[in-house]
Design a protein around this ligand. Structure first.
Ligand SMILES: *Cc1c(COP(=O)(O)O)cnc(C)c1O
Length: 355
């Protein structure tokens, strides 16, 4: 039986995407060759890459607006480094909303001065800081749209003249926002977009080429833009292909607007259970709750064994919380069917009855 997969990442992918991916591993487009044994410069793969880049820009409504879509390697953590390497000349601003922002800050400090414009660290990142000043001499301001570990999500973004950089790893393609307010967006594929191995970087070309340091080519965004077909070196062919399939799936479904409606329904379902059921309590402040990752704990730790047995029996997988929050985390990425959330909610209400 296929499990109800609430894994925080690598994430659930649509069944039809997995099926097409497995076919391509055997025989790609009837070539008599596997997708993963052909040249990345073959016309077959070049067309995959071009399609994946075009689909990303189309779905985010960023076509013909001066942006380039790149599929890079090294995970989102590599972008913590690459962003600072390419953009930090004097001062980088960071909004500290969790473990991942914190890691981005640490890397940026290697390259120059870092200003933490605000932080929710003192409350173990259970909310998004709201009122804070943004110095206007920053090279950029870096924010994390969704805090995968803590289950908080930015509902709006700072209105600033400073270039805005966003780590969107765990909620890209999940909700409608004006993506053109960002100058650079990056997202590790494995949270809401595809398999681990590639990172989508959407960058406004005008942002680049302003720092005085020499940048090693492998870390230089311009090197990927300038290289023909954006292939400076061998990209992660399999991860890019599966990401492309997933973006095609999303487009067919009706794009971000359509999936947002479903994602909101899933989030409503679980949060109303968390709020009404005395056995559980939510971790994140209500106004900042993530529609992707719902974090919650048991009000009585003694119930842990019996709850764990119940959800395992129901075929649920991947809801153990991150060690920095404890309790549980239900990750409800785009491909998770609402029925899976229904199964979890049923188990939670059964816990209340057993109480
Ligand atoms: C998982 C995650 C990361 C780290 O991603 P890697 O690809 O493992 O480097 C960074 N930021 C956010 C928001 C994440 O959820």
């Amino acid at each position: 039986m296929k499990k109800h997969n609430f894994s925080a990442g690598p994430c659930i992918l649509p069944q039809e995407v997995l099926l097409k991916a497995s076919e391509a591993v055997q025989d790609f487009n009837g070539m008599g060759l596997s997708l993963i044994e052909i040249s990345h410069r073959s016309k077959e793969f070049v067309s995959v890459l071009e399609k994946a880049r075009a689909l990303a820009l189309e779905l985010l409504d960023l076509e013909n607006k001066g942006y380039q879509a790149l599929y890079l390697s090294g995970g989102a953590s590599m972008e913590f480094v690459r962003v600072a390497y390419n953009l930090l000349e004097n001062k980088g601003g960071y909004l500290n909303t969790g473990t991942w922002s914190n890691n981005a800050i640490k890397e940026a400090k290697i390259f120059g001065e870092v200003v933490e414009v605000a932080s929710s660290k003192a409350e173990n990142f259970n909310h998004i800081p709201k009122m804070y000043g943004i110095p206007n001499d920053l090279d950029y301001l870096h924010v994390t749209s969704n805090n995968t570990i803590f289950g908080t999500q930015m509902k709006s973004f700072p209105n600033t003249k400073v270039p805005l950089v966003c780590d969107m790893s765990s909620d890209i393609f999940s909700r409608v926002i004006d993506f053109s307010q960002f100058d650079l967006i990056y997202a590790g594929a494995q949270k809401n977009m595809g398999p681990a191995g590639t990172t989508l970087v959407i960058v406004k070309e005008a942002l680049l080429g302003k720092v005085s340091r020499q940048i090693p080519k492998i870390l230089d965004y311009s090197a990927y833009i300038n290289a023909k077909d954006t292939m400076y070196n061998t990209p992660c062919v399999f991860a890019i292909y599966v990401s492309m399939l997933n973006l095609e799936w999303l487009k067919k479904l009706g794009g971000i607007k359509a999936i947002e409606e479903i994602n909101e329904k899933k989030a409503q379902l679980i949060y109303s259970e968390i709020d009404l059921n005395p056995v559980f309590q939510g971790f994140a402040k209500k106004e900042d709750r993530s529609i992707m990752n719902a974090t919650f704990t048991l009000t009585d730790e003694k119930l842990k064994d019996s709850f764990d047995a119940l959800w395992k029996e129901a075929g649920i997988s991947g809801i153990n919380g991150h060690r920095s929050v404890g309790g549980y985390r239900a990750s409800m990425y785009n491909a998770l069917p609402i029925d899976s959330v229904g199964v979890l909610v049923d188990v939670m209400s059964e816990m209340e009855r057993k109480g």
